[in-house]
Design a protein around this ligand. Structure first.
Ligand SMILES: Cc1ncc(COP(=O)(O)O)c(C=O)c1O
Length: 378
């Protein structure tokens, strides 16, 4: 993909070369089934347990609290549904800006478990929560409650206060599930400081492979498997493990932890430079991501006033070899704002584009994209 610019890193990221190398080694040489007791199997098992150790260390938790899955989507489904069945949860509190794997799971809970009450919290125009609302809600709820709130929003970059939510939930005896997919490997997450019941992460957001994810489950709140089969993952997640994927996840996470500050400093500069460049274009635009409170350092979500040129912007950026992401969903041929943009009250007549960066991007690329936007938005 020479001469192309990839500004869609919140969607997925490229594989780190050292991750590819480790995974290739596993695929070629360590193909034993981790459940087999012979040497081939034992080698695969030890690779998985070594990976688990690395993930546990990154979150400051015990190795027995980490479980590998095929995706964060699977992990989030497991946690929401099995909490109802195994932990007698009868009230789920969430927010309308969660990822579809939460929103659609909650939709299915409404029909599969009609006795479970669902409360969606309010968000402001930058997707921020009102923590007093959560506190009040839990103060007046007797029900066994699971609070499922993401850490960082994948569309507009808004960061929720994970440690405050953890404190509020703890105070009221509610279980807290945090979809931390966009934050794992980018921000420090210390679960000794912010104790919660469940947390999910996925490798492909931090330069690991797709189809490899994990969840943390606090030892006090044991749920059972979502799908039935073998006794893999200590009876928590049936199905032969994706050994290469798990090794790739741990390798990518280890590098992300080592380079966290360096990447933060570098990518933050790209984002700041990009945002000032966008404003300097003098077009009618604003940022959906918060600017007066921290938002994730790799996401810029720009709302442009509608015009024929803005209408064609995504298409023309793509033609120019620039990958970004539109904040719209196409249903029956009509483009509509995504559920997140709808939830924050984004004006329907405007168009949002999300640009998301990684440490593989450069200032030169940022300048090229700004120049291209200047030409396209004439
Ligand atoms: C916040 C958030 N949660 C969950 C997911 C789903 O992750 P996966 O692709 O591993 O299912 C994503 C991916 O876009 C995400 O951004």
């Amino acid at each position: 993909m020479d001469n192309k610019i990839y500004f869609d890193n919140a969607s997925t990221t490229s594989l780190l070369p050292e991750v590819t190398q480790k995974m290739m080694e596993v695929l070629q040489h360590h193909y034993g089934n981790p459940s087999s007791i012979h040497a081939y199997g034992r080698k695969s098992r030890s690779l998985i347990e070594d990976a688990r150790k690395k993930v546990a260390k990154s979150l400051n938790v015990s190795i027995g609290e980490i479980f590998f899955t095929s995706s964060a989507t699977e992990a989030n489904n497991t946690i929401l549904k099995r909490s109802i069945i195994d932990l007698n949860v009868t009230h789920i509190v969430s927010s309308p800006t969660e990822h579809h794997c939460i929103i659609h799971t909650i939709d299915s809970i409404k029909t599969e478990f009609p006795h479970v009450k669902i409360t969606m919290l309010d968000v402001d125009r930058h997707g921020r929560l009102n923590y007093d609302q959560l506190d009040n809600l839990l103060t007046h709820s007797e029900a066994k409650t699971l609070v499922s709130l993401m850490y960082g929003n994948n569309e507009i970059g808004t960061i929720h206060d994970m440690s405050l939510i953890a404190q509020i939930c703890q105070r009221h005896g509610a279980l807290y599930h945090c979809d931390a997919v966009q934050m794992v490997g980018k921000y420090t997450i210390d679960l000794q400081k912010s104790p919660l019941a469940f947390l999910t992460g996925t490798a492909h957001k931090f330069h690991g492979p797709k189809g490899s994810a994990f969840f943390y489950m606090n030892g006090d709140n044991i749920i059972h498997p979502f799908i039935y089969g073998g006794a893999q993952e200590r009876n928590m997640r049936a199905g032969t493990e994706n050994v290469a994927g798990i090794v790739g996840l741990a390798e990518a996470l280890t590098t992300a932890m080592e380079k966290m500050q360096e990447r933060y400093d570098y990518v933050s500069k790209l984002k700041t430079h990009f945002e000032s460049g966008i404003y300097a274009l003098g077009k009618d635009c604003f940022l959906n991501n918060p600017t007066d409170t921290p938002s994730m350092y790799h996401i810029t979500s720009v709302s442009f006033a509608d015009s024929p040129t803005v209408d064609m912007l995504m298409f023309n950026l793509d033609i120019a070899g620039i990958a970004a992401s539109s904040g719209s969903a196409c249903s029956a041929g009509i483009e509509e704002d995504s559920h997140v943009l709808l939830a924050i009250g984004h004006p329907a007549e405007r168009k949002t584009i999300r640009f998301s960066f990684s440490s593989y991007n450069t200032l030169e690329e940022v300048n090229i994209v700004i120049d291209k936007l200047r030409t396209l938005l004439h």
